[in-house]
Design a protein around this ligand. Structure first.
Ligand SMILES: Cc1cc2nc3c(=O)[nH]c(=O)nc-3n(C[C@H](O)[C@H](O)[C@H](O)COP(=O)(O)OP(=O)(O)OC[C@H]3O[C@@H](n4cnc5c(N)ncnc54)[C@H](O)[C@@H]3O)c2cc1C
Ligand SMILES: *[C@@H]1O[C@H](CO)[C@@H](O)[C@H](O)[C@H]1NC(C)=O
Ligand SMILES: *[C@@H]1O[C@H](CO)[C@@H](O)[C@H](O)[C@H]1NC(C)=O
Ligand SMILES: *[C@@H]1O[C@H](CO)[C@@H](O)[C@H](O)[C@H]1NC(C)=O
Ligand SMILES: *[C@@H]1O[C@H](CO)[C@@H](O)[C@H](O)[C@H]1NC(C)=O
Ligand SMILES: *[C@@H]1O[C@H](CO)[C@@H](O)[C@H](O)[C@H]1NC(C)=O
Length: 588
């Protein structure tokens, strides 16, 4: 049967659930404590200086501001008023914006996978796909966290940023498919991490508006907090003379006019500098400040403050492989809402809908034709192996997209994320420039178990696509063959694969690996920081963010990153009060 005929037959009974870009963008809240770095004095003093206003940094600053003078330094702008950040349908726009003022800073790992890091108040929670889900009680225990305080901290976060999603039919079909292939039981809507299939939370509300870690600043005490935007911290300052351990006492930061500022800790042994610059930013800044392996520091002409070879080690990025499933029926735009937590070590999730604009660019200058979350324009180019994902290859994919018909864009992606992962790599600096990305190697699939999990994940996706529950949103094999034949240069991967593709499942995993942006490590607990997140071998310095993780928490990390910011804020306050109380007792 002619492709377009059966398409128009089946389209009739369907309602289009697609969200349309409403043009809505959140109004800037009148946070009295939000300022530009250029307006800051050349020298200032605080009890806590937090570097990085990201997913962990914002909840941490809001909490510490209750009783102390806190400075939060963020290199990016505020997220408010930027529709690319605020609207769910604009998800790909930020990632494809590679300008120096973009909230997303693109980086390419040495593995060749194109990736992205945040440069905006609210951090990765302003760029991400919104899925909100907690770590398992097991993960919480193994991290050494107090389970009750962790739960209270999750709840504190959830009151502001987490929502129950409305479930368009495509996500419901994915859920049904997961259950039919045995990813059971169905756990309903829950933030909890349990085997089976569930509907998770989302930081997008029912209008598709994003709520971010920056919104957690609503909890802040305005008297206690100063947030500086466009404040690029280039160095942490240490006192070394006459001490057995270097003690952090200040930072150097630069404003958007290129002016240098210094912020120091107030006198008092309890005051601290806390690094929350993320998995790339935190190890980078430690090294720039003289904490790293002696060899690397000397090669960069950086004075050694502490020889710490573990800084920048243990970098991991969970491999993600995704399959585009063309749909005969229209689909709503959704990011991630359903997850299958399998017993074989991978998580299966999906995102649906895409954007087809004939002009190649819509009225608002948005990307035009794209595959939503997995558009080649955002760097998610999986049809060629990682090291071949050059700007020319991206241009060829975009060109190929321009020759497709509108119906080719109709569908969704089912992805699998490898749990853990077990494979690790490392981060190195190429130079002393804080604005440049460090060089990072993730060593995807170096450990055979990661590869095995990927292969099983792809097999499960294949079964889901063929399951009765998913049938409304996929073509039969015969029809799919025709569809693929129409477009041999299809710019995204689909199943079934072409008969000419003789790659082993393992090679397929390696060749089509992408990122789900859950990279972590570089300042791991037990290696660079202790169980209290204090930098081992130093005083008055901690790291609190995703760089401290050994494994990615839950199915998706942001809930736990925000939780950790709140959790450590409470812990730091409690410890401080306990010390003061002990001192008071001693004196009386
Ligand atoms: C595209 C994308 C999609 C994702 N999807 C999901 C999802 O659906 N669900 C989920 O749970 N997770 C998702 N994640 C992952 C999650 O968002 C991150 O793991 C999390 O945001 C990391 O938080 P962090 O606090 O460690 O770092 P960040 O949030 O990146 O915070 C670091 C902050 O420090 C600032 N900074 C860095 N260096 C300096 C410096 N020298 N001076 C001043 N400031 C500095 C940065 O600008 C940034 O704001 C996604 C991530 C991305 C990028
Ligand atoms: C939004 O994204 C588009 C596409 O990447 C970009 O051209 C535009 O400048 C961005 N707008 C804002 C306000 O950042
Ligand atoms: C934390 O909450 C989870 C459910 O979200 C529960 O399973 C766990 O027992 C709780 N932990 C504690 C210590 O209360
Ligand atoms: C380090 O300093 C030496 C001597 O000043 C110089 O030759 C070298 O280029 C510098 N290296 C770097 C990486 O800046
Ligand atoms: C497919 O769509 C039709 C029409 O909306 C609906 O009646 C049917 O239940 C759907 N099938 C499945 C398996 O969800
Ligand atoms: C694919 O296209 C070729 C040439 O146009 C045609 O001969 C072949 O029958 C097509 N295959 C399918 C499965 O439609």
């Amino acid at each position: 049967m002619e492709f377009s005929t059966w398409r128009s037959v089946s389209i009739i009974s369907f309602t289009i659930l697609a969200f349309l870009g409403s043009g809505y963008s959140q109004q800037a809240p009148r946070y009295s404590f939000l300022n530009q770095a250029a307006e800051a004095p050349a020298i200032s003093y605080y009890d806590y200086i937090i570097i990085g206003g990201g997913t962990a940094g914002c909840p941490l600053a809001a909490t510490l501001s209750q009783n102390h003078k806190v400075l939060l330094l963020e290199r990016g702008d505020a997220p408010y008023g930027n529709k690319n950040v605020s609207n769910m349908v604009n998800f790909p726009d930020t990632l494809q914006d590679t300008s120096p003022t973009s909230p997303a800073q693109r980086f390419v790992s040495e593995d060749g996978v194109i990736n992205s890091r945040a440069r905006v108040l609210g951090g990765g929670s302003c760029l991400n796909a919104g899925f909100y889900t907690r770590a398992s009680p097991n993960y919480v225990r193994e991290a050494g966290w107090d389970g009750r305080l962790a739960n209270e901290s999750y709840e504190w976060v959830e009151k502001i940023v987490a929502f129950e999603p409305t479930m368009p039919q495509w996500q419901t079909a994915l859920k049904e498919g997961l259950l039919e292939v045995g990813v059971t039981p169905f756990n309903g809507f829950t933030y909890d991490h349990e085997f089976g299939t569930k509907i998770g939370g989302t930081i997008f509300d029912s209008d598709g508006n994003r709520h971010t870690a920056a919104d957690l600043l609503e909890y802040a005490n305005p008297e206690g907090l100063t947030v500086l935007l466009h404040a690029r911290v280039s160095r942490i300052l240490f006192k070394v003379k006459g001490r057995s351990r270097p003690q952090a006492f200040g930072v150097i930061f630069w404003d958007q006019n290129g002016r240098k500022h210094k912020a120091y800790l107030n006198k008092g042994t309890d005051n601290e500098i806390i690094l929350s610059a993320g998995a790339l930013g935190s190890p980078q800044l430690l090294i720039l400040s003289g904490i790293g392996s002696r060899d690397q520091l000397e090669a960069l002409n950086i004075t050694v403050v502490l020889d710490q070879p573990m800084v920048g080690q243990g970098m991991s990025d969970n491999p993600m492989n995704a399959i585009f499933v063309p749909s005969p029926n229209p689909v709503a735009t959704t990011l991630i809402q359903v997850v299958g937590i399998t017993k074989f070590g991978c998580f299966i999730e999906g995102a649906s809908g895409s954007n087809f604009v004939v002009s190649g660019s819509n009225s608002e200058g948005a990307p035009g034709r794209n595959f939503g979350m997995f558009s080649p324009q955002t760097g998610q180019l999986a049809t060629v192996p990682p090291k071949e994902r050059t700007p020319e290859a991206i241009a060829r994919a975009v060109e190929a997209m321009n020759s497709l018909q509108e119906y080719h864009f109709q569908g969704g992606f089912i992805l699998e994320k490898t749990r853990g992962p077990l494979s690790t790599g490392f981060l190195k600096l190429n130079n002393q420039n804080i604005d440049e990305n460090p060089s990072v190697t993730f060593n995807y699939f170096k450990e055979p178990a990661d590869l095995e999990r990927c292969v099983r994940g792809i097999e499960a996706i294949e079964r889901i696509i063929k399951s009765p529950g998913f049938s409304n949103f996929t073509y039969s094999d015969v029809q799919m063959g025709t569809l693929l034949n129409i477009s041999t240069h299809f710019p995204v991967n689909t199943l079934p694969r072409s008969s000419e593709d003789t790659r082993s499942p393992e090679q397929y995993c390696r060749d089509t690996v992408m990122t789900i942006w859950h990279y972590h490590g570089g300042c791991q607990v037990g290696q660079v920081v202790d169980l209290d997140y204090k930098v081992i071998g130093t005083d008055a310095l901690r790291v609190v963010d995703g760089s401290t993780f050994r494994f990615s928490p839950g199915t998706n990390p942001q809930a736990t990153v925000m939780m950790l910011g709140r959790y450590m804020g409470i812990k730091i306050q409690n410890e401080r009060f306990a010390r003061q109380e002990a001192k008071r007792k001693n004196n009386s």
